[in-house]
Ligand binder design. Structure first.
Ligand code: AVJ
Length: 324
């Protein structure tokens, strides 16, 4: 196979598989090497993420899960027309279930996730448990525009309720977060709503512990991206030659996750040899944290109106309902 072109603007003529390889290769040729956090989520990575959610240190999941029954009960009062719930990055569909328990107006569910087999399994289970709800999964990278055409049953009559929990928006830099929220505003339409979970700024210690858990699950999750890349691109990353490094960067208001090369080495990918100095890093994830006023400003810039907001009792996590 000839090496895939590296110029970003030449990648879209390639097959989907080669596009991914081209994207990864381009990131590894950058000054600060980078692999997009969407590559965390193969089946193994999705399972590891579920394990992160079981950690006592990983407060975003626990806090939002504790808020959701209350939020769902509020929404069951205010949502009076039949809706289609569209979740971006739906994972194991655990949170959707809490909404379905209370909000009887949800007639159709469209979960979108990049991890195909993981989502297929979760969607089959959901559909078996809620036989009266139409479940129509989309296997896609939701950071790219996704068309909802012809998905749900009678979807034209249903108001769309977007669901973007877990502070996944935190993976995007400010520019892309704005672009993405604008795109959702279009995708969900003029009667659309968006329920979005956003992690807050808080004590550095709490933030640090959440991404440096004592059981080492986050480290495994981070390193798994290299195994996934080896699978996609037939590269030869040695997982033992890198180590997990996560820290809060107050200047950018974000957690950064990196993989640090323990040694000087080269890695083969896509017909190239990528050199690593000892201590050089691959940046694998940003997780931006927002004060409520910062997020509300961003949502307004993207064309949304704030309808309702919820804050965890300890200010650890926030959830917003936006209307078009
Ligand atoms: C799924 C993107 C919300 O940023 O906290 C968890 C992913 N990374 N631990 C986050 C993650 C490390 C998570 N999001």
């Amino acid at each position: 196979v000839p090496p895939v072109a590296q110029r970003a603007d030449s990648t879209n003529q390639l097959s989907p598989e080669l596009q991914l390889i081209a994207e990864i290769t381009a990131g590894l040729n950058a000054q600060q090497k980078i692999i997009s956090s969407k590559f965390f989520y193969d089946s193994v990575g999705s399972d590891l993420f579920d394990q992160i959610c079981d950690l006592p240190e990983y407060y975003p999941y626990l806090t939002e899960m504790n808020m959701l029954p209350h939020i769902a009960s509020d929404l069951s009062q205010s949502i009076v027309q039949p809706v289609e719930l569209v979740e971006f990055g739906a994972g194991s569909l655990t949170k959707i279930r809490i909404l379905l328990e209370s909000i009887k107006m949800i007639k159709s569910v469209v979960p979108i996730d990049i991890a195909h087999s993981h989502l297929q399994r979760a969607a089959d289970k959901l559909s078996a448990d809620y036989p009266h709800v139409n479940v129509a999964p989309i296997f896609a990278d939701f950071t790219q525009p996704v068309s909802l055409q012809n998905k749900g049953k009678n979807q034209d009559e249903l108001v769309k309720l977007g669901f973007f929990p877990g502070s996944t928006i935190g993976n995007f830099n400010r520019d892309f977060a704005l672009t993405f929220l604008q795109r959702l505003r279009k995708t969900l339409g003029d009667s659309g709503m968006l329920l979005i979970g956003v992690d807050t700024k808080k004590s550095l210690h709490t933030l640090h512990q959440a991404y440096n858990d004592s059981a080492g699950v986050t480290a495994k999750f981070n390193l798994n991206i290299l195994r996934h890349v080896n699978h996609i691109a037939a590269s030869n990353f040695d997982l033992d030659a890198f180590e997990h490094y996560a820290f809060y960067n107050p200047h950018f208001g974000r957690i950064e996750m990196h993989l640090v090369s323990k040694i000087e080495q080269s890695v083969h990918i896509n017909g190239q040899s990528i050199p690593f100095a000892q201590g050089e890093t691959i940046h694998t994830e940003n997780s931006y944290k927002y004060r409520p006023d910062e997020f509300i400003h961003l949502a307004r810039m993207a064309g949304w109106r704030l309808e309702q907001q919820w804050m965890a009792s300890n200010d650890m996590f926030s959830v917003f309902l936006l209307h078009a």
